[in-house]
Design a protein around this ligand. Structure first.
Ligand code: FAQ
Length: 314
């Protein structure tokens, strides 16, 4: 019986029919989606912290307004994604609990520090750039609520990516010190951005099944290569360099070759030993604890309203 259901489920996927919350789905499909969507939501929420660090220090009012709006967008993306995950039967409180206890992951990239204003440019160009590369295909992911959330998120992220590139372009055409600052930010964010796509395919336990279920549309290495190819061209406009001496156009493959990735660093960061893991998680937990009174007040208000309504009806 279960076998028949699984076969029918796979046939729907193969025909590109979207799976919706009330449809039957294999338990492992549900669990994989909960893991991926909640990890994605947590990444958006933790991802607000490195940029939040620069809102008060943005160089002018225009830059401050843009950065503020971008960080608010990220909060919106997180909430959207938590809602999508809730349709799979997990509560928001459970997801928060998993984040705060360290059980759930969030993207490795947000465990790096933001040391200068140019980092806001590098995050927009590289981190949002990598996020879009990974997420545009997710607009066609097999689970309906996730796919629809991705359409909205990607529209906003393309704008984020452009504002980052524009920050770097402005700095690259500025004084020598500004050029150096832009180059330094690219040097620090390049390799972590490349790692963001996840482990290489032969070390990625989830890719094969997720591709079969069309949760993922491309493998980690395919997306990483597309990203490298695009950035290797865009850097020419900035007249700066990508910190990889092995980055070279390969006539035969029609792609850019690139140097070895420090996978040890990647696994260390996702194991909790990156430069800012503790700081990020502590900030998140503190925000949760500081917000307890708001949650209590909102619940008390909702309770009173419900009581008043019940009295009126009686
Ligand atoms: N960081 O078998 P795979 C953003 C884990 S949003 C941490 O390849 P999968 C917006 C993975 O979970 C950025 N952990 O896994 C923004 C798995 O853990 P397990 C977030 C990672 O799921 C911009 C294990 O390693 N985007 O940036 C990472 O098939 C600017 C084995 O890996 C998304 O989440 C990592 N980088 O593929 C905000 C997109 N990579 O099994 C602010 C949706 C892998 O032990 C500023 N997610 N792991 O639990 C995906 O497409 C996939 O989940 C991948 C990983 C591709 C990330």
């Amino acid at each position: 019986m279960e076998k028949d259901m699984e076969q029918m489920f796979q046939e729907r996927i193969d025909k590109e029919i979207r799976i919706e919350p009330k449809d039957w789905m294999p338990e492992k499909y549900r669990q994989t989606l909960i893991r991926q969507i909640s990890q994605h939501a947590h990444s958006e929420i933790i991802g607000m912290l490195p940029e939040g660090n620069w809102i008060t220090r943005a160089p002018n009012l225009r830059r401050k307004a843009i950065l503020l709006a971008k960080v608010q967008d990220e909060a919106g993306h997180g909430l959207y994604l938590y809602s999508a995950a809730e349709t799979l039967g997990i509560s928001r409180d459970e997801m928060y609990e998993q984040l705060h206890s360290g059980k759930a992951k969030y993207s490795s990239i947000f465990n790096y520090p933001t040391l200068s204003w140019a980092d806001m440019g590098a995050i927009g160009w590289l981190v949002d750039g990598a996020a879009i590369m990974n997420q545009v295909p997710l607009c066609r992911t097999s689970y309906g609520p996730y796919a629809r959330a991705m359409v909205r998120v990607c529209k906003e992220e393309s704008f984020h990516q452009r504002q980052g590139f524009e920050i770097l372009l402005t700095l690259s055409r500025g004084t020598e010190a500004q050029r150096r600052m832009a180059q330094d930010a690219i040097n620090r964010w390049w390799w972590p951005s490349i790692m963001m796509f996840g482990p290489k395919d032969d070390e990625s336990p989830n890719t094969i099944q997720s591709m079969k279920w069309k949760i993922k549309r491309f493998t980690n290495d395919e997306l990483r290569q597309k990203f490298v190819d695009i950035c290797a061209e865009q850097i020419k406009i900035l007249n700066l360099t990508i910190p990889d001496p092995d980055l070279k156009w390969n006539e035969t493959t029609g792609h850019y070759d690139f140097g070895p990735i420090n996978w040890d660093e990647f696994w260390q960061v996702i194991a909790g030993n990156g430069p800012c893991n503790k700081q990020r998680l502590d900030a998140r937990k503190k925000a949760w604890e500081d917000g307890a009174w708001v949650r209590e007040a909102a619940s008390a208000h909702a309770r009173k309203r419900a009581e008043r309504l019940a009295q009126k009806r009686a």
